[in-house]
Design a protein. Sequence first.
Length: 422
Amino acid sequence: MIGTFCYSHEAKKIHASELRTLNDNGDKIALVGIINSEPDLKDNSQQLRLRIGKENLLIITSRYPIYHYGDRIRILGKLKTPENFEKFDYQRYLQKERIYSMAVFPKIELLESNQGNIVKQALFGFKSRFHQAWQKLLSPPHLGIFEALVFGEEGSISKEWKEKLNLAGVRHLTAVSGMNITIISFLLTGIFLSLGFWRQQASLASLISIWLYILMIGAPASGLRAGLMVSFLLAAQALGKTIDGLRSLLFSAVILLVENPLILRFDVGFQLSFLAMAGMIIWQPFFKNKLFKKLPEFFKLNLATTLSSQVFTLPILIYNFGYFSLAAPLTNLLLVPVIPYLTMVGFVFGSLGIVSAFLAKILSWFLWLAISYILLIVDLSLKIPFSYIVVEKASVAFLLFSYFLLTLTSWQIQPLKNRNFI
């Protein structure tokens, strides 16, 4: 009932779009707006998201000159409705970002610069300096993996390596996805607890750390959504409240879906963050207190977090990426404990590298070794016979059946008694 209402409300927004009424009418129109996100740079083009009044317009233009967040520009060109690809609903993908129209290679005139939010401009400026500093010290594929881990940007990863990451079942790890932020938040809380923090202090420290990180990487939509979902749990713990983890997770998901119901179907980051957190809430106590109870605390925490985050995400990864990696459990087991720490350390090292070129050169050796480990594990996993199976098109029935079985198994193995955070 709620879902139907939300989708109906979203449909009204689409039909009420003023820009959408100008699509495909054959006339060139002039529009003025402000670029409200970082340009998405491709090999031969760039994509701009232009804020015009209360609406967004997607612009595809040539690679140069490069525009920036906060630029106020005037465009002259035709508007069109985005077209779907053969196996990809591009219209719905853009609609979840509230984009209903696009202009391809319009004439662009720069009117003013620095017209955006001051905080965002500072953050994006930091990211630009970060990239400029480290592209001199790391070369592909190391540079691409490093930037993907720290900022969630895969632009520097070659097509070959994207395919390798897919086949190894770890593509989702090399991005600042909701799943990664969820895992990082759980690990941070566990680390603070092991250092002697009280639970309230550990939760508050984790909450502050997560939001500082999200802001410093430019507050991507996936990061904001995952941050909100994690915050309900961490805030309750910081306030000393007893909270049912699943209820808190569902409550935060409902808030996000009311604001934008299309993310339920078309935002893989939202799906992964929700499912990863659900898996950790339900399964982490089982792995930590039963399966790995005899291991040292550090290994017990990492293994429990690694496996519990994968329980519910595997079917959705198969459905979206079209691969069933038989080596994925092994590669994830070897990489998931490393990725969150490398992400955090990489961000700190990368920031220090901006301050001192000498320090950056020294730190780049350590980062190169750490990223080489990731690349080595991926390469070795693909040499295992029958390490992956290509799934041409996993159906919705496959998803429903998979999650039905997982729900039954979760109920039997881990009764929903202990669902609190960590």
